[in-house]
Ligand binder design. Structure first.
Ligand SMILES: [Zn+2]
Length: 406
């Protein structure tokens, strides 16, 4: 099977190369924003959007026009790639998978991608990469690059430049080992497995929150664009980078452990985007628990559930396993022992006690067991082609609609 993998390194560019990379990132941002403004105007006038080919034609015009002739100094493929990114953002918006694309700001995810492997040269023994209009650049060689180069992305974060080299290689079809497991994602525990294992909450943001707030306050007291303001801004960015790194590290470690030890992982299909949206409530129906919800949503984003799921998905595929998403119905209120469904089974946030049979267990473990059962049921009917039976909770003690806890 083919495996796609990205290898990321810190670049060691010369001063001139750094200036060039800033210019290229700026050119990509300019092209993205100008094309987005155009598409937005078309959208607001009810006109059809321009396709990728149409946008590329415009790009050629811009590169040839005297006002924006500087665009011609940037490599053309990354500029076209930017238009492709915009096209994808637009498609995602119309498919209701994402919100309307936003304009890019300077210093916010500065990056550009070389999509054509023929233009990229890699000198592995000397740890150098050749990129069009930049020349050879050394990178900090921390691990070996495996496979054929597919594309290269350059980005800046926390004042440093990085190169992400995506490769493709043939690997043997792996044989998964371990059995099936269900996962309950939560606030008090980041993840609880149906076998009782659990992972501590990821509070990296909380830990750095005070430092971040102080740095942001210090920055707001400085005169904008002064030297001290720039220094304070760099500090804020450094803390952001640190938070991001800690979070990524934790998610990777956890998803690697879970995916290496299980052939099948079942997880709740949580609509994180919907949960975030509902926090504010509406003007006609203001929510009383806005503060609580806002805190919960912050935690959801903080803990990167979506990112965790994404990682589980591809790591399981690497190991020959499967990820199965199940609808979160009654998973927290169903007794794994007698299948009795009641909100009363859940007396506190952490304790599950069945009112029918007296079964007692940690509530998160119960959730994970129910997720696993729902996953098994889903698997079975996908194989037989039958209609999905109600997995968690077949009989109910009340007629209230199912509510998620929290
Ligand atoms: Zn029971």
């Amino acid at each position: 099977m083919q495996r796609l993998q990205a290898f990321k390194y810190e670049l060691m560019p010369t001063g001139e190369q750094q200036r060039q990379m800033r210019r290229f990132a700026g050119a990509c941002r300019f092209v993205f924003n100008r094309a987005l403004a155009l598409q937005k105007a078309k959208y607001e006038h009810g006109e059809k959007k321009l396709g990728y080919a149409g946008l590329c034609k415009l790009l050629t015009e811009w590169r040839n026009s005297t006002e924006t002739a500087w665009l011609a100094n940037a490599p053309v493929h990354p500029l076209q790639q930017t238009l492709k990114d915009l096209e994808r953002a637009y498609t995602n918006f119309f498919a209701k998978r994402a919100s309307f694309p936003r304009f890019k700001k300077k210093g916010q995810a500065d990056s550009f991608r070389y999509p054509d492997p023929k233009q990229i040269k890699l000198d592995r023994p000397n740890g150098r990469v050749f990129l069009p209009k930049l020349g050879w650049m050394r990178y900090r060689n921390s691990r070996e690059i495996l496979g054929m180069v597919k594309n290269v992305t350059v980005n800046m974060a926390g004042g440093k430049w990085f190169v992400s080299i995506q490769t493709e290689r043939e690997v043997a079809q792996p044989v998964p080992h371990g059995d099936a497991v269900g996962i309950d994602m939560g606030i008090a525990r980041f993840a609880t497995l149906s076998d009782g294992t659990f992972y501590a909450p990821l509070n990296s943001f909380r830990r750095h929150e005070t430092a971040l707030r102080k740095a942001q306050q210090a920055m707001s007291r400085k005169t904008k664009f002064s030297n001290n303001w720039k220094k304070a801004k760099a500090r804020v960015q450094r803390i952001h980078t640190r938070i991001g790194n800690a979070r990524r590290d934790y998610l990777h470690k956890t998803s690697t452990t879970v995916s290496q030890n299980h052939a099948m992982v079942c997880i709740e299909d949580l609509q994180v985007r919907n949960m975030s949206k509902s926090a504010a409530g509406t003007t006609e129906k203001p929510r009383t628990n806005v503060r609580l919800k806002a805190g919960l949503n912050k935690s959801i984003l903080d803990q990167g559930w979506f990112e965790f799921r994404r990682q589980l998905d591809y790591k399981l595929a690497w190991n020959g396993g499967w990820l199965i998403a199940v609808p979160p119905q009654n998973t927290s209120r169903t007794c794994p022992c007698c299948s009795h469904v009641s909100a009363d089974n859940r007396q506190t946030q952490s304790r599950f006690e069945c009112v029918a049979c007296g079964y007692e267990e940690n509530a998160d473990v119960v959730g994970a067991i129910n997720v696993l059962r729902a996953g098994h049921a889903r698997c079975a009917c996908e194989v037989s082609g039958a209609v999905m039976p109600p997995a968690a909770g077949t009989h109910r003690s009340d007629s209230r609609p199912a509510h998620r806890r929290n």
